[in-house]
Design a protein around this ligand. Structure first.
Ligand code: HEC
Ligand code: HEC
Ligand code: HEC
Ligand code: HEC
Ligand code: HEC
Ligand code: HEC
Ligand code: HEC
Ligand code: HEC
Ligand code: HEC
Length: 300
């Protein structure tokens, strides 16, 4: 609705108004100066009526001037006019949340929050009409309350069951925003092409100091290769390292292999100092994973 459709006084209302005006002198005053006062009394209500309609018209215009842009800026299509948002919008359109409006994530729930947003969005709507799309960003990163409009459960395991992620501990206790981890949810894929959180994000805190960096604290055993469950893994893993890419997983922990190789292995028992000959012949360069040549040469 706009000004043009603002109703004008109907004849019935008009007649009633005139009737009231005609009654006025009877009820309001005595007959001292009938002529002049009568004419004034007839004009005044008419002026009042006009003023009332002007006021109503103005109010409607203001409401329309605010409501139209207010409604527009909640429609995802509106943001197409901002070229800088094109990439975000394309990815959003193919995401799980393609049917969720921008403002449902980007504006917190509640009338007050919406008004705060509208106070920025409505002026932007008009300036955009006049000067064309600007780069003003109306939509900041979503806050937790917005996500929790729809997601109320606190998961502890990923849907696939292969990752432990105690949401309550991070969201409620550590007070993290969902976006801290779910930054690839809607607008960009992560480095591996998914909309899921990445491990790098976790490792910012899970560095072995601020929080645990043990693989199995997050990855349920499903993620460890079967080879690792064999009884003789510690003896055989070295040979497997020659043919398989261990870095794929173990690069995550700096010096993972080296640290363990500083420990004395189970083979070094009994009179190892003298009895290592046969084993050394069998293993050859295998010994050099943990020892350097100089070490051997000290005695040999
Ligand atoms: C399901 C929730 C969700 C919906 C729906 C959504 N977004 Fe987002 N948006 C996010 C998340 C999460 C981020 C933060 C990560 C990022 O920058 O990509 C974000 C970031 C943004 C940013 C950058 C904010 C900043 O200041 O860093 C813009 C701009 C944006 N979105 C625009 C849009 C537009 C336009 C739409 C509608 C077409 C939309 N978003 C729909 C979740 C959503
Ligand atoms: C208006 C409701 C709504 C809002 C707001 C919303 N979501 Fe969703 N979300 C959904 C729906 C619906 C699905 C799809 C569920 C399904 O298919 O099982 C979904 C799916 C998801 C998924 C799993 C799917 C995927 O792509 O991996 C995650 C994770 C998720 N939402 C996180 C968030 C986060 C984080 C926010 C806040 C930035 C958010 N959601 C905001 C409704 C919402
Ligand atoms: C500490 C990081 C972190 C925080 C904070 C976090 N999440 Fe998650 N969330 C994850 C990870 C990791 C997964 C598992 C993703 C996977 O494997 O698909 C996940 C899974 C989900 C899923 C399930 C996806 C599905 O397909 O069902 C939803 C829904 C979800 N998160 C919503 C939220 C909401 C809402 C918030 C904020 C209240 C939030 N998350 C905060 C890391 C986090
Ligand atoms: C802002 C820092 C921060 C980020 C980012 C973070 N965490 Fe945590 N996380 C913590 C802290 C602090 C603890 C509690 C201390 C601990 O148990 O080591 C914790 C505990 C956990 C635990 C319980 C560990 C245990 O001892 O049982 C798991 C599982 C976990 N986080 C998974 C994740 C995953 C998965 C991600 C990434 C998607 C992640 N966290 C990102 C700070 C963080
Ligand atoms: C704080 C939690 C956490 C810890 C600790 C952790 N991861 Fe991850 N890891 C994740 C998350 C989250 C993902 C991403 C989930 C996904 O893509 O399914 C992931 C993904 C992976 C992937 C698949 C991604 C890729 O690169 O192809 C591998 C492999 C992996 N982790 C190995 C490890 C190894 C090995 C360790 C121990 C050195 C480890 N992780 C420790 C949380 C963790
Ligand atoms: C838990 C501790 C531990 C970790 C972690 C570890 N190793 Fe070992 N590694 C050993 C032990 C013990 C031996 C000696 C085995 C024996 O001789 O019985 C060994 C021996 C080796 C050998 C020599 C095998 C031979 O032929 O004698 C290689 C090669 C090797 N490891 C590679 C690696 C690589 C690569 C990694 C990292 C991906 C790694 N190891 C991680 C404990 C470990
Ligand atoms: C798919 C991921 C993945 C790959 C690939 C992988 N590992 Fe592991 N590995 C793990 C995980 C997870 C653990 C458990 C770490 C922990 O306990 O924190 C582990 C543990 C180990 C351990 C210690 C075992 C113990 O009992 O303490 C050794 C040794 C090891 N890996 C060697 C290797 C070698 C050598 C290769 C290459 C042939 C390799 N790994 C490839 C994921 C992997
Ligand atoms: C997993 C790593 C590892 C491998 C593999 C390994 N060693 Fe060692 N070795 C050690 C450590 C650790 C010590 C103790 C060094 C110290 O005390 O300074 C040691 C000590 C020794 C010593 C000194 C004697 C002693 O008892 O302290 C000899 C000799 C020795 N190794 C020979 C070998 C030979 C030969 C091989 C190959 C068959 C081999 N080592 C393979 C880690 C390894
Ligand atoms: C602490 C001194 C010491 C160190 C260090 C040491 N060895 Fe020995 N090595 C010995 C002694 C003693 C013998 C036994 C000599 C004998 O039986 O006459 C021996 C015997 C051997 C033999 C058998 C020689 C033969 O002719 O039968 C080999 C092979 C051997 N060592 C390899 C190594 C290698 C490889 C290293 C380094 C990883 C190493 N040794 C480190 C003291 C050492």
């Amino acid at each position: 609705m706009d000004e043009r459709t603002t109703p004008s006084p109907t004849p019935a209302e008009d007649a009633e108004g005139v009737g009231r005006a005609a009654d006025a002198p009877d009820t309001g005053r005595d007959a001292d100066t009938p002529g002049a006062d009568d004419r004034g009394a007839m004009k005044r209500p008419r002026r009042r009526r006009v003023l009332t309609w002007v006021a109503v018209g103005f109010a409607v215009a203001v409401i329309v001037a605010l409501a139209l842009p207010g409604f527009s800026v909640t429609q995802p299509g509106y943001y197409r006019r901002y070229p800088a948002l094109a990439k975000r919008m394309d990815h959003w359109a193919t995401s799980t949340h393609s049917r969720i409006k921008c403002t449902e994530c980007h504006v917190n729930p509640g009338v007050e929050e919406f008004l705060v947003f509208a106070a920025k969005a409505v002026p932007a709507f008009y300036s955009q009409l006049i000067t064309g799309p600007s780069s003003t960003n109306l939509l900041g990163p979503p806050e937790r309350q917005a996500c929790q409009r729809c997601h109320t459960a606190y998961r502890t395991v990923s849907p696939a069951g292969d990752l432990l992620i105690p949401h309550k501990a991070h969201v409620q206790v550590l007070n993290m925003d969902c976006v801290a981890c779910h930054k690839n949810l809607v607008h960009t894929p992560n480095r591996r092409g998914f909309n899921r959180p990445e491990m790098e994000t976790c490792l910012e805190c899970h560095d072995g100091d601020k929080a645990s960096d043990k693989c199995v604290d997050c990855h349920t055993r499903k993620q460890t290769p079967d080879s690792h469950d064999r009884k003789d893994w510690l003896q055989t893993h070295g040979r497997m390292a020659e043919t398989q890419d261990c870095a794929e997983c173990h690069d995550w922990t700096p010096k993972y292999c080296e640290e363990c190789h500083k420990k004395r292995p189970p083979s070094h028992v009994g009179n190892w100092k003298k009895g290592h000959g046969p084993e050394a012949k069998k293993r050859g360069d295998g010994c050099l994973v943990c020892h350097d040549k100089k070490f051997c040469e000290e005695c040999h």
